[in-house]
Design a protein around this ligand. Structure first.
Ligand SMILES: Nc1ncnc2c1ncn2[C@@H]1O[C@H](COP(=O)(O)OP(=O)(O)OP(=O)(O)O)[C@@H](O)[C@H]1O
Ligand SMILES: [Mg+2]
Length: 495
């Protein structure tokens, strides 16, 4: 057995002798040292660690209180002469495990071994307790870190529907900014939900629960998917529930948009198809139509076919971009020539709608690195929108200028403008501004294609718009586009 390391601090030689004799006679398993003064004790304590320290009050060059500060993390026993109980109390306050009163016959020594044993046992339990507490604290800390770093909301409630655990994400998803605390009722947590979260409460009360959707109305409308499980206590009885909350607003929205898209595309397809079918049938059936009318019909058929083909192109572009199958042919190109091309094509269309179309191109604007067809598509989309959303008599300006390290393409109109709340979303797929009463056609794909292409060119879009006043899009392209090594080398090859 390992010996117990004891330090006896005692200036009285007789007492020292008595202690030594006791250890010897009782064959105590002590590996002891004796310090005969306070200073000697301090010196030893600074160098060595003991399992226990026994110290007399009077130490010649000082008192036991002088050495207390040096007994770190070691239990100590305070020994004092009779009548010094006050000192004893003070010593206990200073952390002594026990005190013993000296008596003439030195009987106190007889109980010393058992006191030492008790002190060590006590220390051991203390240590274990401390360790357990530390482990508990660490576990809690770990749990906290996990809870607060996962992307899902987590809520744990007890049988009384009081919150036991709630993480930051759950607070956020339920429309709180950390106001919910432990022991708040679940009802409070569901305050911002539609019908105060009735779906969830009902499900809990009927104990029919696995997964459901919870709609939050405040501060922003969103849809949460909630998964729940019951957890049991040690006796196997239900002790509460754990809920995982996930924000599925986007997914829901995409589902809705997909449905909208399908109906929108089929509508868009049907309209031109109906007129193509109608006019061609008429031409074929009625041989007597005047040449001029026939020509007009054929023109309509052509226009509608173009519309159809553009729609199909858009849908294909989107799916090509999405699947990453699109490859760009980057070369050094001039945006000026693209703008002029588009101006040529769309000028007559603008004129037909009684719109003024202006070219505002600066001299000597540098070239950029880009894919000609893709950028052509970009300009066409912007210009098409500008014409489409500007009523008769308005103006559409197509501009190009240099600004610091960028080449800026500008498409400006004096049209109906885009409400502020829609501005962030018009680049989303299928998104169209709700304009009741107007009959403007479109599928809401144009700008989403444009955005993808501009991003691939490391460009940036700036939008200014005021309802009823007009809209300006500025697209910044890097002058010396650094498009990555692979694309750069392709550019060099093709030069
Ligand atoms: N110049 C503009 N003025 C006013 N609103 C605009 C303008 N450009 C875009 N918008 C709004 O942004 C929405 C999205 O534009 P986008 O080009 O993606 O779709 P679209 O023109 O409706 O359909 P598509 O381009 O697929 O035929 C439009 O429906 C329109 O409401
Ligand atoms: Mg468009």
């Amino acid at each position: 057995m390992e010996k117990i390391k004891v330090l006896l601090v005692e200036d009285d030689l007789v007492d020292q002798m008595a202690f030594k004799r006791l250890v010897k006679e009782e064959k105590l398993p002590y590996d002891y040292k004796i310090a005969g003064s306070a200073s000697a004790a301090i010196k030893i304590l600074q160098e060595e660690k003991f399992d226990i320290v026994i110290t007399d009050y009077n130490l010649g060059d000082g008192t036991a209180f002088d050495i207390f500060d040096y007994i770190i993390d070691t239990p100590f026993i305070f020994i004092t002469g009779g009548g010094d109980e006050e000192l004893a109390v003070k010593a206990l306050k200073a952390g002594a495990f026990h005190y013993q009163i000296k008596d003439q016959l030195r009987n106190y020594l007889k109980v010393l071994p058992s006191t030492i044993e008790k002190a060590l046992k006590h220390k051991k339990t203390e240590n274990e307790k401390k360790k357990a507490q530390e482990e508990l604290r660490q576990n809690k800390e770990r749990l906290d870190i996990i809870l607060h770093s996962i992307g899902d909301g987590v809520i744990v409630i007890n049988e009384k529907q009081e919150i036991m655990i709630i993480n930051k994400k759950a607070q956020e998803l339920l429309g709180f900014d950390g106001e919910l605390t432990i022991s708040d009722n679940l009802h409070k947590a569901l305050r911002n939900c539609r019908e105060n979260g009735k779906v969830l409460i009902d499900a809990i009360n009927q104990n029919e629960f696995s997964k459901l959707e919870l709609e939050v109305d405040f501060p922003l409308p969103r849809v949460l998917s909630v998964t729940g499980t019951t957890f049991l206590d040690v006796d196997g009885k239900s002790a509460g529930k754990v809920f995982i909350l996930r924000d599925v607003t986007k997914e829901k929205e995409i589902d809705r948009m997909k449905t909208d898209f399908v109906s929108s595309v089929s509508h868009e397809l049907r309209t031109p198809l109906t007129s193509i079918l109608g006019f061609s049938t008429t031409i074929l059936k009625r041989r007597d139509i005047p040449e001029k009318t026939k020509y007009e019909f054929i023109e309509i058929i052509q226009k509608e076919s173009k519309r159809l083909s553009r729609l199909i192109e858009d849908v294909l572009s989107i799916s090509k971009i999405e699947s990453g199958k699109i490859t760009y042919d980057f070369r050094r190109i001039s945006l000026k020539s693209i703008i002029e091309d588009v101006y040529e094509i769309y000028g007559p269309q603008a004129e037909k709608k009684k719109l003024k179309m202006i070219l505002d191109v600066e001299e000597n604007v540098p070239e950029i690195i880009g894919d000609r067809d893709a950028l052509h598509q970009v300009v066409v989309n912007f210009v098409g929108n500008a014409i489409k959303f500007t009523p008769e008599g308005g103006t559409v300006t197509l501009g190009l200028r240099q600004e610091n390290e960028s080449v800026v393409l500008m498409i400006k109109d004096t049209g109906m403008g885009i409400p502020e709340k829609d501005q962030a979303r018009i680049f989303d797929k299928f998104y169209r501004v709700y304009r009741p009463g107007t009959q403007i056609q479109g599928t809401g794909l144009g700008l989403s294609i444009v955005k993808e292409i501009i991003e691939k060119h490391k460009g940036r879009i700036e939008l200014f718009s005021k309802v009823g006043k007009g809209t300006t899009f500025n697209i910044f392209f890097p002058k010396d586009a650094d498009l990555g090594e692979e694309e750069q080398s392709k550019t060099e090859l093709s030069n």
